[in-house]
Design a binder for this molecule. Structure first.
Ligand code: BGC
Length: 772
């Protein structure tokens, strides 16, 4: 846990330079625009601890699997989003000294991530060993107005000297991934093109043959006046540089503007990449840095209009929730159904930028409420387009008849994970994909999705569950053996309650969707069944499983059992663990973890969260009271589920306590791992804690429901959502709830069980409800 980020409502601020914190800050101050992103590395050289990171969405390398003991069924490779050309580089030399913050004396260091307007600013004064002092002020952004563009304005001022200064703007493609399995570099050179002001570096990924052209344009100003310059050029295979020497005078303001385009062959024909990059640079150059920055500010203002959460009375909470929303929108904008959300987004290498069940279980609810409908639809279509691969994936494991097992980890639809207990056994991810379809349709009312895409996915997933269960003569029930639930601190268990429940729910949901599509779109239905060679006998098999599935349950305690035999474990509680033993995954052997009763993340409780309407209050409470004290929350995805359930159980204090664990997870480096990158997908969980937890928002029977309470530390909070064409701002204080409906259609909602009419284009005050 760290406490160095200065609290502010709209900015993330670091003051003072501590090299030990630099990698953490590089993650926290990351920038992105959905199409590309980067860690907050310095523009100038830095020889201290750093993890260089520039990423281009969708561009990956299949890094050959490296495991000790190969198991049949393992994937051949792990697809990784690559560290790509470093486009921010500006080397600064003053006579024979190089500016390097690891070597200079640094004062007045300040980094600010302006979340309202979407840029990163860094300023400092550096005193070099010669005693020469210079001030630097750098501002940069990844444009969301044009997501192929980034821009930097790098200003420096000689404080106490006049001397020759060399500024070298460079594009460096000779980069590596720290997590490369065989210490290989992943890029081959294709083409270079450079002149005084512009440089273009095109590289190709090995094996996958993606091409990325990075182009840059530079401009020099002295005291805000544009300058002519003659740069000395370096042109290597993977490295281009323009070195400008200028005779700098004391107190002059020297500015280098660098505008960069990153174009990938995913979006442009390879043969046109260079020429298109030149056109993008020409347009950006014509607009200029200020106009690009203005467009960035406007684009972010629009995003905040749809998604802001305002918390009054708690600056730390306010900063945290905006940070989470900001990072989610920096990671995924929903424009492209080939892209998805890696657990670390563009902020680090861990998890390879690949897609996990996190997207469906955590991110979809966030984007449904805060972005246009197409955004979450694209997340669903991503999986729809990968259905063929999911069927192949299941075939590799021995399943037949069009059964689909979506991968645990993927970029292009092929499985990338290579631990048998997860790859083969953590199959609950299939259920999360079905659940996201349900969630999407429930929220948007867009049931045409089911006939057009959803049913096909659901049928394939249900075929998988049918084959994955078996009849137990002993139990006289269907069982599911050898699985890993969301709690990865148990592997190869039988009858994980969550997975069994989810499987049965998938079968039931598919049966009901099939019926609905058959009634509403009979032709489409008939076509689909013919395409899939589907026979009605399959439905009968599914019904049989639905009616005869086994669910482990303890009658004495009245709780669902996480899996068969869970109660055989020594029942110790987390509160009895010494602080020195945690986190368990760093302090205990894996063997000890597996045998213990400790739960990594919500498992039974994840199921109760998904299907809360199936359970009465007492059942939820008994299970919560049993599992919560055994949960160590060593996945960042966990506390939000506990927060939402605690809120449902009217346990405000605990709802708030769990929320705090997720809200500032990265800002305060709670788990000591922020330097690897941010926990992007769990940021959606933080949003869920506020909206589904504190505000108790649900959608039931095509209607919005709220059961809000106000955390005692807050004066009020408000959040924005869109719902079926309406844009609502819901404000909650200690006395009342106000809903502003910015759309021209009225809406009825339910607040604490009472129906309320929300008129169009007005604010409705609801005071006759008790805020629990
Ligand atoms: C969690 C998984 C999650 C993955 C990526 C793991 O630690 O246990 O549930 O999908 O991280 O966020």
């Amino acid at each position: 846990m760290k406490d160095y980020i200065i609290k502010d409502e709209w900015n993330v601020i670091e003051e003072g330079f501590d090299p030990q914190l630099n990698k953490i800050s590089e993650s926290i101050f990351s920038l992105g625009n959905g199409r590309m992103g980067q860690r907050a590395n310095f523009e100038e050289s830095y020889s201290g601890p750093t993890l260089s990171g520039n990423y281009v969405a969708g561009v990956y390398y299949p890094d050959k699997t490296r495991v000790g003991w190969w198991k049949n069924g393992y994937p051949e490779y792990f697809a990784k989003v690559l560290n790509a050309t470093n486009w921010i580089g500006i080397k600064v030399q003053i006579e024979d000294e190089e500016l390097d913050l690891a070597k200079a004396e640094v004062s007045d260091f300040k980094r600010v991530l302006n979340m309202r307007e979407g840029y990163l600013q860094r300023s400092f004064t550096a005193t070099l060993s010669s005693g020469k002092r210079l001030k630097v002020n750098a501002l940069r952004f990844c444009s969301i107005a044009n997501d192929e563009l980034g821009a930097i304005q790098y200003q420096l001022e000689p404080v106490n000297f006049s001397a020759d200064i060399k500024l070298t703007a460079f594009l460096d493609g000779d980069v590596k991934n720290e997590d490369s399995n065989y210490d290989e570099k992943f890029w081959d050179p294709v083409d270079t093109d450079i002149n005084n002001e512009e440089a273009y570096l095109t590289l190709r990924t090995k094996k996958t043959n993606f091409e990325v052209c990075t182009g840059s344009f530079i401009k020099l100003l002295v005291n805000q006046q544009p300058q002519q310059f003659k740069a000395s050029l370096t042109q290597q295979d993977k490295f281009l540089a323009q070195e400008i020497t200028l005779n700098a005078k004391e107190k002059q303001c020297i500015t280098l503007v660098k505008i960069v385009a990153n174009l990938s062959s995913q979006n442009h024909p390879k043969s046109e990449l260079l020429q298109t990059a030149k056109a993008v640079i020409a347009q950006a150059k014509a607009k200029g840095f200020e106009a690009l920055l203005d467009a960035q500010k406007q684009a972010w203002a629009k995003k905040w209009e749809q998604s802001d959460i305002i918390i009054k009375g708690d600056v730390a909470a306010q900063q945290a929730i905006r940070f989470n929303i900001f990072q989610l929108f920096q990671t995924y904008t929903g424009k492209d159904d080939r892209l998805n959300i890696g657990p670390k987004g563009f902020t680090g290498e861990k998890y390879g930028g690949s897609t996990y069940w996190d997207t469906e279980a955590y991110c979809v609810p966030f984007y449904l409420a805060t972005a246009p409908q197409q955004v979450s639809k694209n997340l669903l279509i991503y999986r729809y387009k990968q259905l063929g691969k999911a069927i192949e994936n299941a075939e590799k494991l021995g399943f037949t008849n069009g059964a689909a097992l979506f991968p645990m980890v993927t970029i292009n639809g092929e499985e990338c994970h290579n631990e048998w207990e997860i790859t083969f056994e953590e199959i609950h991810r299939n259920g999360a994909i079905a659940y996201a379809i349900y969630n999407y349709v429930r929220y948007t009312g867009d049931d045409s999705y089911l006939a057009d895409y959803g049913l096909e996915v659901l049928l394939a997933i249900s075929r998988f569950w049918k084959q994955r269960v078996n009849w137990s003569a002993d139990k006289n029930k269907f069982v599911m053996l050898g699985v890993t639930g969301p709690n990865e601190y148990e592997n190869n268990v039988n009858n994980n309650w969550y997975t069994n429940y989810l499987a049965v729910w998938c079968l039931k949901y598919t049966l009901s969707v099939a019926q609905e599509v058959q009634q509403k779109r009979p032709e489409k239905y008939a076509q689909l069944l013919a395409k899939l060679s589907f026979s009605d006998a399959e439905f009968a098999d599914w019904k049989n499983i639905v009616e005869n599935m086994y669910f482990p349950f303890d009658y004495e305690k009245g709780v669902f059992l996480q899996q068969d035999g869970y109660l055989d474990k020594e029942q110790i509680l987390v509160k009895d663990l010494a602080a020195s033993e945690r986190p368990l995954n760093q302090k205990w052997s894996w063997d000890r973890i597996l045998r213990s009763c400790f739960i990594k993340q919500a498992d039974v409780l994840q199921g109760i969260y998904f299907f809360e309407d199936d359970f009465d209050h007492q059942t939820i409470k008994r299970n919560f009271d049993f599992y919560e004290p055994r949960t160590v929350h060593e996945s960042s995805l966990s506390p939000c589920v506990h927060s939402i359930l605690a809120a449902k159980l009217n346990d405000e204090a605990r709802a708030y306590e769990f929320y705090l664990r997720t809200a500032r997870l990265d800002l305060d480096d709670y788990n000591n791992d922020t330097e690897d990158g941010l926990h992007i997908t769990s940021m959606a969980g933080t949003w869920m804690s506020v909206v589904e937890g504190f505000a108790g928002m649900r959608v039931r029977d095509n209607q919005l429901i709220f059961n809000p309470f106000l955390p005692s530390k807050w004066e009020s909070f408000s959040f924005k959502i869109n719902f079926r064409g309406a844009t609502l701002t819901i404000s909650i204080n200690a006395k009342q709830i106000r809903i502003y409906n910015a759309s021209a259609q009225k809406l009825s909602v339910i607040i604490h069980g009472q129906p309320q009419e929300i008129a169009a284009l007005t604010e409705t005050e609801i005071s006759n409800v008790t805020l629990v």
